[in-house]
Ligand binder design. Structure first.
Ligand SMILES: Nc1nc2c(ncn2[C@@H]2O[C@H](COP(=O)(O)OP(=O)(O)O)[C@@H](O)[C@H]2O)c(=O)[nH]1
Ligand SMILES: [Mg+2]
Length: 368
């Protein structure tokens, strides 16, 4: 029987996990009556993972074992598996049982409903993580925020770092996925022509046997991968344009203050006049920046966004005020710690810019 879904699992030294994974998966698929193919992409594991895989005899699906002799790497293994899939629906998951097979039918159901991409999410309502320390959770959250900044479409899912997801193959037509990074879902979110993404909650379990292949260097690799994706998709350019427009806002700010203070004679009010002028200058620059961000910085996104222009403006206003507050906090805080006040202010300006941009790209003009 033709498989209804192809399940791709990359493996490296996972011999102990193979039989139990195949058993769990097969039980689920038999119960739901879903014929499937399991594609195991093994990088010639020295522990004999491939032989163990070939010995498995699932009842409701078939297994295809691909052994790569000259290549190593999680992302390229997944890409190879997707390319070998014979069904139009593909689900990618790990073999170590951190991704429970019971979620597979739910992902398939969403794919059949018409979602091009379905993410099994630890952070969707009903999802979770078994046994993670606060630190590990914090790192995961931080990494997710970075993804939202550098790959804005990652806001279409609650868990862009997930290694467990399903896709309809046609969303990858004409898309070149890089085999370098190890977060292949981020590549897909950044590059694929996908508009509708669904999340399916799941609880991330502990590894059944063996140990993680992903060690310390992973964090640096991750950041480099994000920057590469941002460069390729024009997000770095967007950050640059955003900053440049912010810079020109200084003239609007100063000009408005001058007009209010001198021409409208707020001067006569003394410090109160200066405060009002300062406020007017700030507000004028916020409005000016907003209009340019609408027309230039984020112009390409406007049509796809669900938020109204008014909402976007309110968000941008919040972004700008938060940025200003951050700037002042840095100025006062770092100066109090003994730093030169001009340097402290400069760091504050950069921090303010980072906050304005983050809020703008994820909220005001964000996809979520
Ligand atoms: N083919 C292949 N699979 C890999 C490689 N590195 C990791 N994997 C597999 O990818 C999945 C996720 O790796 P794992 O070490 O569990 O990462 P973690 O869950 O982030 O700790 C597992 O099924 C691994 O066997 C690799 O270099 N090549
Ligand atoms: Mg794992």
């Amino acid at each position: 029987m033709e498989p209804e879904v192809s399940i791709v699992t990359p493996t490296y030294n996972e011999r102990e996990n193979v039989p139990i994974f195949v058993k769990e998966l097969d039980e689920v698929m038999c119960k739901h009556n879903i014929p499937y193919e399991l594609i195991i992409v093994d990088d010639n594991s020295p522990d004999g993972t491939a032989e163990v895989a070939r010995q498995q005899k699932p009842k409701c699906g078939k297994i295809k074992v691909i052994v790569r002799k000259n290549e190593r790497g999680l992302a390229s293994a997944v890409i190879r598996g997707i390319n070998e899939a014979s069904s139009k629906y593909v689900i990618v998951m790990d073999i170590d049982l951190q991704h429970p097979p019971s979620v597979v039918p739910k992902i398939l159901e969403k794919l059949k409903e018409g979602y091009g991409l379905v993410v099994a999410s630890r952070y969707a309502k009903g999802g979770g993580i078994e046994n993670w320390s606060k630190t590990r959770l914090l790192i995961s959250k931080g990494a997710t925020l970075l993804a939202r900044i550098f790959v804005p479409k990652s806001s279409l899912t609650t868990d862009p770092m997930s290694g467990f997801f399903g896709l309809r193959k046609d969303i990858l037509e004409g898309v070149e996925l890089s085999p370098r990074g190890y977060k292949i879902l981020l590549e897909i979110l950044a590059k694929a022509k996908v508009k509708k993404v669904a999340d399916v909650p799941y609880v991330f379990r502990n590894r059944y046997a063996g140990e993680s292949k992903l060690g310390g260097k992973v964090m640096l690799d991750y950041v480099l991968h994000l920057i590469k994706l941002a460069r390729e998709t024009g997000e770095l350019r967007r950050m640059f344009v955003f900053s440049l427009i912010g810079l020109t806002g200084i003239f609007i700010n100063e000009g408005t203050l001058y007009l209010a203070y001198e021409v409208l004679e707020l001067k006569s009010l003394g410090y109160l006049g200066l405060a009002i002028g300062g406020f007017l200058g700030f507000e004028a620059s916020v409005i000016y920046n907003f209009l340019l961000h609408e027309r230039i910085t984020f112009a390409d996104r406007i049509k796809e966004l669900k938020t109204s222009k008014l909402k976007r403006f309110v968000h941008y206003e919040i972004a700008s005020v938060s940025g200003l507050v951050a700037q002042l906090v840095f100025l006062l805080g770092l100066t109090a710690l003994g730093m030169n006040y001009l340097l402290a202010n400069f760091i504050g300006i950069l921090a303010g810019l980072a906050i304005r941009y983050t809020y703008s790209t994820t909220k005001a003009w964000g996809y979520s």
